[in-house]
Design a protein around this ligand. Structure first.
Ligand code: G3I
Length: 408
């Protein structure tokens, strides 16, 4: 009996000791941190910045994904495919660096399924790294109004509440887009009057739902083809260009404080598509339609950035609107090599420097901070490694490129 009690006591002591330690990937230090400052066996408390130290697996340079059991502690060790690459050495926090450079935020996209990944959420929630979040899918039309008049806000609410808890801004994404559009809209054969009302109701309803909680909205997403002609989706085909002003006016009425953006890709450098966007903004302004900003998505390829990013951003801010890099990632053909990662670091620095140099470029959002959840590999076969954190949630040289861009 005594022996049983002693064993139980030892077990209790072990449990309470274990509970006093942070889990792998958990926080273990930093200014304001009052939790555990030691890590469970198999991980090491590692300084990331003054505000955040993290328990990183001692085996983080292994070469496969697996589960390790050390001293009774089981942890999944996601490993890196870039173990020989130079690691990030900067220790400031991307959002801290952005703010020091006079920007409003450095942010990340996220998506609801990822929010069960506690290690991922710990980094996303660190406001020294990210001052802004964009929901990658949960505010899109197929998520918010899957059938006419039936609205669903749960996924978006989850992201907004997370951002609120972390003191982070939210960019709403998006009201009107040809993609992820339910077939009741795209194939409904509505006439112009009916579709105008549908656009107005959709934008008004989703923007109203999050009234007062959003920094900005991508009211219109990707209206142009790469040659600068209008994308012939159901909105353009039925309403010509009027859907743009219908949506912008509805959004303004629904939340007067939210900045209203049009967002697109391949407009980061000058060219036909950027010119089309400039002309659209000028026309909207001439017509008295509310427009506050243009979002430059920034889905780039390593070593192939446009050479005119800064001048192009300035052409837009000269119209009196703000601009933001809204979906930045810089992909490469896999496998990632040290040379590609070094070029990627330079490319991130170049993009950030361009935004830094333009007063009206208010912030930069990465289209999810980690390769673990990047959209790239499933869309571009054989490509990936586009983000500043690798699939192991370890910082890549690109992280240092971002810091250097803000500090240049
Ligand atoms: O929701 C379904 C799920 O029910 C199903 O089981 C699963 C099977 O594949 O698919 C799920 O839908 C996926 C959706 O993301 C939600 O996860 C789609 O297949 C997938 O295509 C979709 O990809 C999104 C993509 O937009 C769609 O175009 C990406 O996550 C999202 O990051 C990406 O974001 C866009 C921006 O909105 C606009 N700019 C370009 C950017 C990258 O494509």
């Amino acid at each position: 009996m005594l022996q049983l009690a002693t064993s139980f006591g030892v077990l209790l002591a072990f449990v309470s000791f274990a509970a006093a330690q942070s889990a792998v990937w958990g926080q273990c230090g930093g200014i304001g941190w009052t939790g555990a400052t030691t890590c469970v066996s198999g991980s090491v408390c590692t300084y990331q910045n003054d505000y955040y130290s993290q328990c990183l697996p001692s085996t983080a340079s292994a070469t496969s994904v697996g589960t390790s059991t050390t001293s009774g502690t089981t942890s999944t060790v996601a490993t890196t495919s870039t173990s020989s690459a130079p690691a990030s050495t900067a220790n400031i926090g991307l959002n801290v660096a952005a703010k020091a450079a006079g920007k409003l935020y450095l942010g990340s996209a996220t998506d609801n399924p990822e929010l069960t990944d506690t290690a991922y959420v710990a980094i996303l929630s660190d406001s020294t790294e990210f001052g802004q979040i964009t929901p990658g899918n949960s505010m899109k039309w197929d998520a918010t109004e899957p059938s006419q008049g039936t609205f669903s806000f749960a996924g978006g609410d989850t992201v907004v509440n997370l951002a609120k808890a972390n003191g982070q801004l939210v960019r709403g994404h998006n009201c009107v887009w040809h993609n992820q559009l339910p077939s009741w809209v795209s194939s409904g054969n509505f006439n112009a009057t009916a579709l105008a009302s549908i656009v107005e109701t959709h934008c008004s309803t989703i923007v109203s739902h999050w009234k007062g909680q959003m920094y900005s909205w991508d009211v219109i997403n990707e209206p142009f083809n790469d040659d600068g002609t209008w994308r012939t989706d159901v909105f353009y085909n039925t309403l010509n260009t009027t859907y743009v002003s219908i949506a912008l006016k509805a959004a303004r009425a629904a939340d007067p404080a939210a900045k209203l953006y049009i967002n697109d890709y391949n407009i980061e450098g000058s060219g036909a598509k950027a010119t089309a966007m400039l002309n659209l903004v000028k026309q909207l302004q001439a017509d008295g339609v509310p427009i506050d900003g243009v979002g430059f998505q920034g889905h780039f390829i390593v070593g192939a950035l446009p050479s005119t990013i800064q001048a192009n951003l300035e052409a837009f801010t000269a119209l009196g609107i703000e601009v933001a890099i809204t979906e930045l990632d810089i992909r490469m053909t896999l496998p990632a090599t040290d040379a590609l990662l070094a070029q990627q670091k330079k490319d991130y620095q170049t993009v950030i420097s361009a935004c830094k140099a333009v007063t009206g470029c208010i912030g930069v959002t990465i289209w999810d901070y980690t390769d673990k959840y990047s959209w790239v590999p499933s869309t571009f076969s054989g490509q990936g490694a586009a983000c500043p954190w690798d699939a192991n949630l370890l910082r890549k040289p690109a992280y240092d490129g971002i810091v250097a861009g803000f500090q240049s």
